[in-house]
Design a protein around this ligand. Structure first.
Ligand code: GH3
Ligand code: MG
Length: 305
C-alpha cells in the first residue's frame, strides 16, 4: 500500500520515508500543501496520507477539509493522519473536525505511528471489502442467475432510464421482444438441463451481436428484451433480424444433443413522450403477430409516440 507523506521539512520526509518503507509501505512525498493536493486529487492517488499542519501553500488541515468535500467518493476512502508540532487540545479538536482520521504530535514515537498507520490500513481494507460486497450484491440483484443478462426488474429499470434519455435528447429508442419458438418441446425432448443450456447460449449469442451499450435482459422464461438506444424503426428491425439469424444458424451442444432453435421477435420504436408500458405492449403485440403468422420471423409494431 502506498502512503503520501507531506511535510515541508526534508529531514522529516526522509526519516518518515525510511520508517514506512521498513514497515512495508510504499511512499510518495510532497514538500508543500499544493503538491500534496495535486497528488491526492490525481487518478490512482494513495489511499492514505500523513500530513504536516503548517506547510507552504494549502496547509494540512485545509487539505483534510477539502479532501472530505471534494475527494470523498463512496467507492474510495482516503485515510488522513495529521502529524504536527501543534499540541493544544483546541488544535487537536479543530484538526479532527476538519476531517482528519487521526492526529499525532511531533516528536512522535515510531512504534505508535506504526500502529496508527496499521489502523488506517485496516480501515481502508474494510472499506474496500464493503464496496466489493455492495457491488456483488448489486450484480446479483440485477442479473438473471441462469443467463447472466439483466433480470426482469433491472431490464424495465434500464428501459425507463433509456426512455428518459431519448426524450431529453430527442432521439428514438428501439425495443425488441424475443421469444424462443416451441421451447417447451426442447425441454420435453432433451430435458430441462438442456433447455437451460439453450437459454444460456441464446442469451450469449444475442449479446454478441448487439453493441456494448445495447441492453439484453431476460423478461420471462424464454422471453428476452433488447433495448437499443438511438435506434429508429428500421435499425431495430435490422438488429432483430441479425439476432434471429445468428441464433437460428447456431447449433447448440447441450447434454450430448445438437439442438437448433428459432426465434420470433416483435420490434417497436419509441419517440417523444412514449411510456414504458406502451412500448413493451407494442413490441409484445408485434411478437404475437410473429408467432401467429408462422414463427421464426420478425414483425414490427412501428413507432409509438
Ligand atoms: P411458442 O413458440 O408459442 O413460444 O411455444 P413455447 O413452447 O416456446 O412456449 P410455452 O410458453 O408453451 O413454453 C415455454 C416453456 O419454457 C415452458 C417452460 O417450462 C419453459 N421454461 C421457462 N423458464 C425456463 C427455464 O429457466 N429453463 C428451462 N429449461 N425451461 C424454462
Ligand atoms: Mg416460446
Amino acid at each position: 500500500m502506498e502512503i503520501l507523506l507531506a511535510d515541508d521539512d526534508a529531514t522529516t520526509r526522509k526519516m518518515l520515508t525510511a520508517m514506512l518503507r521498513r514497515w512495508g509501505y510504499g511512499t510518495v512525498t510532497a514538500a508543500s500543501g499544493d503538491e500534496a493536493w495535486a497528488i491526492l486529487s490525481s487518478e490512482d492517488a494513495p489511499r492514505m496520507a500523513i500530513l504536516d499542519w503548517v506547510m507552504p501553500g494549502i496547509d494540512g488541515v485545509d487539505i483534510c477539509r477539502r479532501a472530505r468535500e471534494e475527494l470523498s467518493t463512496n467507492d474510495r476512502y482516503l485515510y488522513l493522519i495529521l502529524l504536527t508540532a501543534k499540541t493544544s487540545r483546541e488544535e487537536i479538536i479543530s484538526g479532527l473536525e476538519a476531517g482528519a482520521d487521526d492526529y499525532m504530535v511531533k516528536p512522535f514515537d515510531p512504534s505508535e505511528l506504526q500502529v496508527r498507520v496499521g489502523i488506517g490500513r485496516r480501515i481502508i481494507k474494510l472499506h474496500k471489502e464493503l464496496v466489493e460486497a455492495k457491488e456483488a450484491l448489486h450484480y446479483q440483484a440485477t442479473r438473471d442467475p441462469l443467463t447472466g443478462v439483466y433480470n426482469r426488474g433491472a431490464t424495465i429499470g434500464r428501459l425507463e432510464e433509456e426512455l428518459d434519455r431519448s426524450r431529453r435528447e430527442g432521439l428514438p429508442l428501439g425495443l425488441i421482444m424475443i421469444d424462443i419458438d416451441h421451447f417447451k418441446k426442447i425441454n420435453d425432448t432433451y430435458g430441462h438441463l438442456a433447455g437451460d443450456i439453450v437459454l444460456r447460449k441464446t442469451a450469449e449469442i444475442m449479446k454478441s451481436v448487439v453493441r456494448s451499450y445495447d441492453v439484453v435482459g431476460r423478461f420471462g422464461g424464454e422471453e428476452f428484451l433488447v433495448i437499443l438506444p438511438k435506434a429508429d424503426e428500421d435499425i431495430v428491425v435490422g438488429v432483430a433480424e441479425r439476432i434471429r439469424k445468428a441464433v437460428g444458424t447456431h447449433v447448440i451442444s447441450a447434454d450430448g444433443a445438437q439442438i437448433k432453435v428459432t426465434l420470433s421477435a416483435g420490434t417497436a420504436a419509441g419517440k417523444g413522450a412514449c411510456a414504458v408500458d406502451a412500448l413493451i405492449q407494442a413490441a409484445d403485440e408485434a411478437l404475437y403477430e410473429a408467432k401467429r403468422s408462422g414463427r421464426d420471423r420478425v414483425c414490427r409494431a412501428g413507432t409509438t409516440a
